[in-house]
Write a protein that binds this ligand. Structure first.
Ligand SMILES: [Zn+2]
Length: 303
């Protein structure tokens, strides 16, 4: 670990946080990978970092985030979430704006906003060919590519949306530099990602839903993200929180699955919606008085 340098602060000293971590959602464990923490800034990451070609094998066909939500409860929660993201974003950009949705899947968010915002020109990009084809059938412009390999001229977008993607990539710094290049001057970047500075990470430790082993490559605190954005030429950064329930519901699921070996479907146990509802009040209190597991970041290209 001696030659390894922290992506956020340049520190070379790390400590192993967890070894032999299991994948409690899809059972794709990799015993050769540890979770380490920077001694200086606290950035949490996989070590050794898997190569991109290995990383893609960690996503099974029934990966929950690739599924279209079918239950009434999950659909309703998704609508509430989209409405909150939309309300937030419309205050950040001009009425006429070119927007890139990174990891758009088949375009669920694009579908939500296309009927409300006639001035928004939305382009999606996703690595799943199935999702891209499904979205194209519905008339949406979705490019089949990784963001890193996306071939689009510089300074194209007023806004780039990156919801729960930055914690899945092999090199978040290069990812942010690319986002910077694709944005117009003073264009905005919207990020959502887990925040390791929360009570539920301290409580659940290796079971914390934000670890999502081995698919989350880097797990940031709000301070880590702020530093990383500064070094990738972003400024006027504002970090608030989101209402994601993975900090409580998924962490408890992970614990139960490890202890009682309950069966999973699409990475979730049967009572998962019940866990989500049960912990909604806890999350509301946490959002009011402390830092929840999910953070929302809006930042601006400054050069
Ligand atoms: Zn560091």
């Amino acid at each position: 670990m001696n030659t390894h340098i922290c992506l956020a602060c340049g520190e070379a000293r790390f400590r192993v946080l967890y070894s032999n971590v299991l994948d409690y959602e899809h059972n794709i464990a990799n015993p050769d990978i540890d979770i380490i923490k920077c001694q200086q800034c606290g950035l949490v990451q996989l070590f050794p970092m898997p190569a991109q070609r290995e990383l893609v094998t960690y996503y099974p066909d029934d990966y929950a985030n690739l599924q279209v939500e079918s239950s009434f409860l999950m659909k309703t929660l998704m609508e509430i979430y989209f409405s909150s993201v939309h309300a937030f974003l419309r205050k950040q950009i001009p009425r006429k704006a070119r927007i890139l949705d990174v990891g758009s899947s088949s375009g669920h968010f694009m579908e939500y906003v296309e009927t409300i915002e006639s001035g928004w020109e939305l382009i999606g990009v996703d690595m799943s060919i199935h999702a891209v084809e499904e979205g194209r059938k519905k008339g949406r412009e979705i490019i089949h590519s990784s963001f890193e390999e996306l071939d689009i001229p510089d300074q194209t977008f007023d806004l780039i949306i990156v919801k729960h993607i930055i914690e899945h990539v092999v090199d978040p710094k290069q990812f942010l530099l690319k986002a910077n290049r694709l944005l117009k001057k003073n264009g905005k970047l919207y990020l959502e990602t887990p925040n390791t500075s929360c009570l539920d990470f301290k409580i659940f430790k290796k079971y914390w839903g934000g670890i999502h082993f081995p698919r989350h490559t880097y797990m940031f605190s709000d301070k880590n993200i702020d530093e990383l954005l500064k070094t990738t030429m972003f400024g006027n950064t504002k970090i608030t929180s989101t209402m994601n329930l993975f900090g409580w519901a998924l962490s408890i699921q992970n614990y139960i699955v490890d202890k009682y070996k309950l069966p999973l479907k699409n990475g979730r146990i049967k009572i998962y919606p019940f866990l989500m509802i049960s912990f909604l009040p806890v999350l509301l209190i946490q959002k009011l008085f402390a830092q929840p597991a999910g953070m929302r970041v809006i930042t601006e290209r400054i050069c």
